[in-house]
Design a protein around this ligand. Structure first.
Ligand code: 5AD
Ligand code: SF4
Ligand code: FES
Length: 363
């Protein structure tokens, strides 16, 4: 006999089949999952939302992921690279507004000049903020040595999405070559942990060719890898990418959106004390998408603090929100939005992963 959603939710461990069933639940059933996730969030990490001011400082990229609007092969993109002063100005904004943490994200580069630039930038950020700003990096696959260098210079969290844990699917959405290698990506996650980072990963949800089983395996991967943070969101097609060809195979946007919320909720129930981001891609589908994710178990939002004239050139997917707004607009807008969810904004708190603290307590 099949189990009901409520029966599954009472268990302490979920099998792959349980997760598939939860992922397939209907509109009414998913409300039970969302409510349970919010309850667990309240108990384990509190009804608090932490900010990470996002600086998308450069859209130069040496890779060619088939889904991404800023991949090297897209000649339609106007490339930019913010100066250190521009980045530091965005950091000052975050610091003044008590965001407490920033995320530096760019396309992937691993040349010496880039590695050194980031190292020096990290030291400057620490210096100019009195060591008060927490720094997350999202700069792709690098060597263990580079990860260590950046860690020593002050970064302490790192996000590297695995994108999908199905190797076959991985090579449908990336070229199959040295630069895009599934095993190297997994290795990079191990290296990040080894270098001492709070380590974050994630996947895209509702990719062409992706199954519910794939997504269940993704969640089990996060759990087995004992990840500290997860950022995952819906795949949104971009017209200037090779994957656009398969747009007929996609679920309607609304279904991708709710499937993403169920992924977040199920993960919160499986991994009670990790940090889970409300991905910006959710808001590209639903105007209050991130807020819905906060109510469904997410506890991190990454407000964009990139100077607004550059935002238009950092479009990984279509319909990206807030590309015309400045940082001030987003701060005011977001606070009101979060209050509506029942969470409070944890201004001035780093909001390190409780899971990381728990897993490293005895080391
Ligand atoms: N739709 C949704 N997410 C995307 N990303 C890149 N392109 C897309 C897209 N078309 C995500 C990837 C990457 C992160 C920075 O942005 O998961 O890791
Ligand atoms: Fe480059 Fe990242 Fe886009 Fe891949 S997803 S093309 S690495 S910016
Ligand atoms: Fe950017 Fe509302 S969050 S304008």
């Amino acid at each position: 006999m099949t189990k009901s959603i409520s029966e599954i939710l009472e268990q302490t461990e979920f099998s792959k089949e349980d997760i598939v069933q939860l992922l397939q639940s209907d509109d009414k059933e998913q409300q039970v999952i969302f409510a349970k996730a919010n309850e667990i969030k309240k108990e384990y990490v509190g009804l608090k939302t932490y900010y990470r001011g996002l600086v998308e400082f450069s859209n130069y990229c040496t890779k060619n992921c088939y889904y991404c609007g800023i991949r090297a092969g897209n000649k339609e993109v106007v490339r930019y690279d913010l100066s250190d002063d521009q980045i530091l100005e965005a950091v000052q904004y975050a610091h003044k507004n008590k965001y407490a943490s920033v995320v530096f994200q760019s396309g992937e580069r691993s040349d010496e000049a880039f590695i050194l630039r980031i190292e020096e930038l990290l030291r400057k950020v620490k210096e100019t903020t009195n060591n008060e700003i927490g720094i997350t990096l999202s700069l792709g696959e690098q060597s263990l040595e580079t990860y260590q260098k950046w860690f020593n210079a002050g970064a302490h969290r790192y996000l590297l999405r695995i994108e999908t844990t199905n190797k076959e699917l991985y090579y449908k959405i990336h070229p199959h070559n040295k630069k895009h290698n599934f095993e190297s990506r997994i290795q990079a996650l191990y290296d990040l942990k080894r270098a001492g980072y709070q380590t974050g990963t994630g996947v895209m949800i509702a990719l062409p060719f992706q199954t519910y089983e794939d997504l269940a395996n993704d969640l089990l991967f996060f759990k087995n890898f004992d990840i500290d943070m997860v950022g995952m969101g819906p795949y949104i097609e971009h017209h200037d990418t090779p994957l656009y060809e398969f747009r007929d195979k996609l679920m309607p946007l609304k279904d991708r959106f709710y499937l993403s919320l169920r992924m977040i909720s199920i993960l919160r129930i499986m991994m009670k004390d990790i940090n889970i981001a409300a991905a910006t891609a959710l808001q590209a589908i639903d105007p209050i998408g991130r807020e819905k994710a906060i109510k469904a178990g997410a506890n991190i939002i990454m407000p964009n603090i990139t100077p607004s004239h550059n935002r238009v050139n950092y479009q990984l997917y279509e319909n990206k929100p807030c590309i015309d707004e400045g940082a001030d607009d987003c701060t005011n807008c977001l606070e009101a939005r979060i209050a509506m969810t029942g969470d409070t904004v944890a201004y001035g708190e780093w909001g390190d992963s409780t899971h990381f603290k728990n897993r490293t307590k005895n080391i």
